[in-house]
Design a binder for this molecule. Structure first.
Ligand code: ATP
Ligand code: MG
Length: 317
């Protein structure tokens, strides 16, 4: 039984102009101890998937269909009280841009203590001891727990956010672009730390990124998302060895570090569609070099092409 199963998830945002179909029929699962990558260009719905899993959507956001089964229970039909028992304790999240959300006037250690005491019935002293251990775990001298956020570099703040997410010993950690705002060297350090913690704690992880080189180095499995849908899903090695969907191929072409620096980079022409009015048929068809009439009219299903490699493309060969 997988730890998490997302089935036919649809999450829309109600806006003055209509419904933004941010996530529109998404399926995937995460096994225990697995690192699952969710990749795709900006605006394709990655964060919305993450926020749906913990049911923390911004105003206007609504899950309109689907199931999210975690440890055999459907998160989407749970009471607010039951979801609160799971959020942070079982499923924790490092939000996109989270390091800038630390409260500037509270010592970082106290912010973690507060996170712990809000979710667990422990004394402040014990929570402080745990915070010091968490600091060690993420590679920060525990004495720094008494410092304020402005005394930390970006990389250190991100380590603090990871410590905060791990504070209640979750089963699943969702990390939404955990390294994106950092320079390349610090990015590599953060990802190395996450890999180490994942192995040490046998964490299941969902790593969200637009950067396929991060997926290649970190994830066991990957789902490629485009315009609110998953277009390809397989083992990471398989995706990079044998990408099937033209969008996946385009994304792989757009990243230099995966197959060596000598290849000419070709970016995908155009931009992702407005999800208020997504294109008919295959949502990628306006940007796809292989488009035919069928692609314009009929939406391709996500099909298993063998060895649990799934592709949603009429041309998949
Ligand atoms: N609060 C909101 N109200 C209305 N539309 C929203 C809201 N949040 C996101 N959207 C829209 O939903 C779609 C998916 O957004 P989402 O943030 O999930 O994408 P993403 O893949 O995480 O992008 P990024 O890589 O930029 O973080 C986008 O079209 C976005 O404009
Ligand atoms: Mg996002």
């Amino acid at each position: 039984m997988p730890l998490l199963q997302v089935k036919n998830l649809k999450t829309y945002y109600q806006t003055a102009r209509g419904y933004v179909k941010a996530v529109d029929g998404v399926n995937f699962q995460i096994e225990e101890g697995e690192v699952f990558g969710l990749a795709g260009e900006s605006g394709c719905g990655k964060t919305t998937v993450a926020l749906s899993i913990i049911r923390l959507l911004p105003p206007g956001g609504r899950i309109i269909d689907g199931k999210i089964i975690f440890n055999d229970k459907n998160i989407l039909t749970m009471s607010e009280e039951d979801i609160r028992k799971i959020r942070w304790k079982k499923i924790a999240i490092v939000f996109q841009g989270a390091m800038n959300a630390l409260n500037p006037v509270i010592k970082v250690g106290d912010q973690i203590v507060e996170a712990i005491t809000t979710h667990e019935n422990v004394s402040k002293e014990d929570a402080w001891k745990r915070t010091e251990k968490l600091f060690e775990m993420v590679g920060i001298d525990p004495s720094r727990a008494k410092d304020y956020p402005h005394e930390f570099s970006g990389g250190m703040k991100q380590r603090v956010m990871i410590a905060m997410a791990l504070a209640c010993n979750p089963q699943l950690l969702i990390a939404d672009e955990p390294a994106t705002a950092l320079d390349v060297i610090v990015q590599a350090q953060i990802l190395k730390l996450m890999r180490e913690l994942q192995r040490k704690m046998n964490l299941s992880m969902m790593l969200i990124t637009h950067d396929l080189s991060i997926i290649a180095e970190t994830c066991n499995k990957v789902a490629i998302m485009y315009a609110g849908k998953i277009v390809e899903y397989a083992d990471t090695k398989r995706i990079f060895r044998d990408p099937q969907h033209p969008y996946t191929r385009g994304l792989i072409n757009a990243f230099p570090s995966i197959r060596g620096p000598k290849r000419k980079l070709i970016s995908i022409p155009g931009t992702p569609p407005d999800l208020l009015n997504p294109p008919s048929g295959c949502r990628f068809h306006p940007r796809c070099p292989y488009t035919n009439d069928k692609c314009k009219k009929i939406e391709p299903e996500l099909k298993d092409i063998g060895e649990r490699h799934y592709v949603a493309c009429h041309m998949s060969w």
